[in-house]
Design a protein around this ligand. Structure first.
Ligand code: KIV
Ligand code: ZN
Length: 514
């Protein structure tokens, strides 16, 4: 069975999607979950891009042990140096350097001749190889590049020390047949191709990312780059979960193995959706809420007689089945801690206490607490930041009636420790809350996007709110889950403001260190 390495780029290409801004704690949480999922390589970020990115890549490189951690760099010395500083303590330091090779990118974006591009790529790979044992080089917009030129530059970077060659379909233009043929062509025509791994990286502009990645695998690619839930630039990247499950279910046909622990798929997908605020479409393959739902009578009848009539993937395979939760409102702190540890959470005493208090509050109000509810509470605590003074919602009250002007009153503790209470009206309850909080956070706030959804099932399910806003010129996304969606909205709003304050504090610290 041929081994295919799964290279996850949720934290780099995925994080580049519009409206996503993860903080370091959240990125670490996702990286730890990707490690549990068994991905071969985690692309943790672009260290030279910002101090926040550098910090996250550095912490992930020190935390993750069972997956290789890499960082993206342009073919420039300062990027490679920054990546080395961020990654050097990783178990197996790996760098991903890239340079565009298509005529349109070379002429208009880089303003360089093909010869100059070859020279820059070779210089960068040679320099990176002095520091890193593992050097991946990417031909950005590789699919739209001239084939003879691709062969020439790839041969040169292999000679310079590259260990993996990635040939992306950066703009999602390829068809599966063409992209597969490109890998076959490169394997057969690049001198030295047997010394390196070939990697596929596909975008989903024409909805072909997964099919193209699989075509590359069938034609000799040893690695595929993908993201959880397919998030990424524009229409996104290839979905990790779709590739992983396809390779497993149709193993008879593809004859490859990925080393993924498929039982962690659902949890990883939910975590990424919750932390990024990117909602999963209900009919999304493998992880959508309807992926295993049989609606029509004929289908239900068939499934009752024999599941295999309409079910090719069992929900249990991807960890979808609800694990019964034995914790209830009478459970003690020790049982709660034990459960949290079994679920893979490693919380400080203070954070565990906070999570326990939230759990007790929820248990008083909700009949049945599910594994998903618990995961939501624990994740919120795990990724919360302790050392930056932030806004805290003490209470919110909304007065609404079809004949009244909606009014919200909120009490908030400011980062300076002052308790402030204000009220404002709006054309609806949500607007009234936003108008009240805007006065309390001292700044101009524009709401760019707002969504609410239920976390688990039933009328008493937790409600999750996601607020994407612009605060004093910066875009930030916040989220929170509460039993009441208006409370969740107020908390998600403040969460977005707080995330901006955390980013500012990281920027401030980095400047002070320099
Ligand atoms: O899509 C792309 O070409 C990329 C490269 C940086 C690998 O993301
Ligand atoms: Zn990409």
């Amino acid at each position: 069975m041929r081994k295919i390495d799964i290279f996850d780029t949720t934290l780099r290409d995925g994080e580049q999607s519009a409206g996503i801004n993860l903080n370091t704690a959240e990125k670490i949480e996702i990286a730890k979950q990707l490690e549990r999922l068994g991905v071969s390589i985690i692309e943790a970020g672009f260290p030279a891009a910002s101090p926040g990115d550098f910090e996250a890549v550095n912490k992930i490189a020190k935390t993750v042990k069972n997956s290789i951690v890499t960082g993206l760099a342009r073919c420039v010395k300062s990027d490679i140096d920054a990546t080395w500083e961020a990654i050097k303590e990783a178990e197996q330091p790996h760098i991903h350097v890239f340079l565009a090779t298509s005529p349109i990118h070379m002429e208009y974006k880089l303003k360089k001749s093909p010869d100059q591009v070859v020279e820059q790529a070779v210089e960068a790979v040679k320099y990176a190889k002095k520091l890193f044992p593992l050097v991946q080089w990417s031909a950005e917009d590789g699919f739209r590049s001239d084939r003879e030129f691709l062969v020439r530059i790839i041969e040169k970077v292999i000679e310079a020390g590259a260990t993996t060659i990635n040939v992306p379909d950066t703009v999602g233009y390829a068809s599966p047949q063409e992209y597969g043929e490109l890998f076959k062509f490169l394997r057969e025509n690049v001198h030295g191709s047997e010394k390196v791994k070939f990697s596929a990286h596909c975008h989903d502009d024409l909805g072909m990312a997964v099919a193209n990645s699989i075509a590359a695998i069938q034609n000799g690619a040893d690695q595929v780059e993908c993201t959880i839930n397919g998030i990424g630039e524009r229409a996104g990247n290839a979905s990790l979960e779709e590739i992983g499950v396809a390779m497993h279910i149709r193993n008879d046909f593809y004859q490859v193995e990925t080393g993924l622990n498929l039982k962690e798929i659902k949890r990883t997908s939910q975590l990424v959706s919750r932390l990024t605020g990117v909602v999963i479409q209900p009919n999304k393959a493998v992880v959508g809420k309807n992926a295993f739902a049989h609606e029509s009578g004929i289908h239900q009848d068939g499934v009752l007689k024999n599941k295999e009539t309409y079910e090719i993937i069992s929900p249990e395979l991807v960890g979808e089945a609800e694990v019964p939760l034995v914790l209830g409102k009478h459970s003690g702190r020790a049982a709660f801690r034990d459960r949290a540890e079994k679920m893979g959470f490693d919380l400080s005493d203070e954070k565990l206490n906070k999570a326990f208090q939230e759990f007790k509050k929820l248990a008083d109000r909700k009949k049945e607490i599910t594994e998903v509810d618990l995961m939501t509470l624990l994740t919120e605590q795990q990724v919360s930041v302790e050392d930056v003074p932030l806004f805290e919602l003490k209470s919110v009250q909304v007065s609404y009636g079809t004949e009244n002007i909606p009014t919200a009153t909120a009490s908030v503790v400011t980062p300076e420790g002052e308790l402030k209470t204000l009220a404002a009206t709006g054309s609806g309850s949500v607007e009234a809350i936003c108008n009240t909080l805007e006065q309390l956070v001292n700044g101009t706030v524009n709401i760019l996007d707002f969504r609410v959804k239920s976390v688990s099932k039933g009328r008493d399910a937790l409600g999750e709110a996601v607020v994407n806003l612009r605060y004093n010129g910066y875009t930030s996304t916040g989220r929170d889950a509460s039993q009441d969606v208006l409370e969740a909205t107020a908390k998600a709003y403040l969460n977005a403001i707080n995330r901006h304050l955390i980013q500012e504090s990281i920027r401030g610290k980095q400047t002070a260190e320099v």
